[in-house]
Each structure stands twice: as C-alpha cells, then as structure tokens.
Design a protein. Structure first.
Length: 260
C-alpha cells in the first residue's frame, strides 16, 4: 500500500526548547462501499439542495458561511477568513504538554491518526531524537493541535520509526457507562474455565482480517437482480447453562475432554 502523499497540516512540534518542523499526513483511509440516496419507487437519484430560509431560494456553496448563535438569539456570521484568524497557538504549533504511558491511554479517546514527517533538512535530527526518546521511554507525548479550525488533544508516539499524531477526544466528550454493566458475580470455576478458553483460542493476525461488507453487498445486489432472496445469518441462542457452554467451548478448542 502506498503511503499518503498530501499533507493536511504544516507547522512545528515544540519539545521543550526544541522546535521541530513537521507535516501531518492522514494515517488511515476510508474503506467501504458508497451507496447513493435514491427514490425507492423508481431508483432515481435524490438531490439535496441548500435553501435560504429567509429568501426561499437555493444558494450556492460560495454563499454559505458558518453561524454562531449568541445567548440573546442573534446570529453572528463567520466566514473562512474569520475562522483562520482564531487566536489559537495550536493552529501552527503542536506544543508538548507532558507524557503518559502508552498503555495508559484510554482507547475511547482515540479520534483520528496522522503520520508526522520532518519538514525540511533542519527537522531530521530532532525528529529522529523524539522518536527514539519516546520509544525508549515507552511513553506518549500529550499535546494540543488545531486541525480544520477545531482544537484537539493529541498523543504522539512512534510506530515503525515514524511519529504518529493521534487526535483525542476531550475527556468531557466521553460518556461514563453508569449502571450499564452487570452486577452479577461469577464463580471461581467459571472464571477458571473462561481463562483456560482464552488461553486455548488462537492469536489473531489483524493484518489477515478483511472487511466482508462489500462481498455481502454484492451478493445482496445479485439476489435482488435475479429475484432471489438471501437468508440472513441466524442469531445466537441465549445460553442458560454458562458452565456447560464454557466446557463445550473448551472441548472444541482443545480437541479433548476438560478435566473434572
């Protein structure tokens, strides 16, 4: 797979008094099948139009701006040049605030990943130093960065000798689970069998896994065109006897009887 080629952000990483010029490139890409909105009766494409509520007419994209509603109900119109003037230091500088253990980051906070590349020859040595220092310490740097006029927290850590800038949600954007979990206690025997089962199941090679949605969608389309019908996968049955389910799962995983 070819690497990303178009930078989405150019600026500096500040690490103490060391300034490191970098460019950010998307580390992920959208994968999937695009479905169009159509009229169910005849399959014709549906078009969405932008209509001004005051003038009752369609407006072009160049006429559209952002609006901020004040507490007293007034709307302040903000154009792109206004948003570009936001007084945020993180617009051009990723200023390292501190460090946390890499395994101490809550995955729920992860938003989007970017690769940071040194910009110009002057950035090569401090870039290599930051990557090596983070790898040795097994820590991630925490910083702020503004992308597309939105300030985000970010975590920086090395991946395959390349610096990853992972944008994070703000802690207040993550809901607490409350009482959604189970309050039922498990027995020591159940826990022991579950642990044995986990130890017997094979390790997962994530690189070998693929999205099967496109294939399933092609099968659905073919069935629709031929007048056929696909049978949806059966839902799993609720297992009443947890111990019996664990023992049977372990027998299948190991290929022999479980000890009494």
């Amino acid at each position: 797979m070819n690497g990303p080629t178009q930078a989405v952000w150019t600026g500096w990483i500040m690490f103490g008094l060391v300034s490191l010029p970098v460019q950010l490139f998307p580390a992920t890409r959208r994968h999937g099948v695009d479905l169009h909105e159509v009229h169910a009766a005849d399959g014709a494409r549906i078009r969405h139009r932008c209509v001004c509520q005051a003038e009752h007419r369609e407006v072009e994209s160049r006429e559209i701006a952002k609006g901020y509603e004040t507490p007293d109900g007034r709307t302040v119109v903000l154009r792109e040049e206004d948003l570009e003037a936001l007084p945020l230091p993180s617009k051009h500088v990723i200023d390292v605030i501190g460090f946390v253990p890499v395994d101490g980051l809550d995955p729920l906070l992860f938003s989007r990943g970017y690769y940071a590349a040194p910009h110009g020859q002057v950035g090569q040595r401090p870039y290599a130093l930051l990557v090596a220092a983070l790898a040795r310490a097994e820590r991630a740097a925490v910083a702020k960065v503004t992308l597309r006029t939105r300030e985000r927290l970010a975590a920086l850590w090395p991946r395959r000798d390349t610096l990853v800038v992972q944008t994070l949600l703000w802690p207040e954007e993550v809901r607490e689970p409350g009482s959604l979990g189970s309050t039922t206690a498990v027995t020591g025997q159940e826990l022991e069998l579950a642990s044995l089962l986990m130890a017997q199941l094979p390790a997962v090679d994530l690189a070998a896994l693929h999205d099967e949605y496109a294939t399933a969608l092609e099968q659905l389309v073919a069935a629709k065109e031929s007048g056929g019908q696909l049978v949806p996968p059966a839902e799993p049955e609720t297992e009443v006897d947890l111990m019996a389910a664990l023992e049977e799962s372990l027998r299948k995983a190991t290929g022999h009887h479980t000890p009494d």
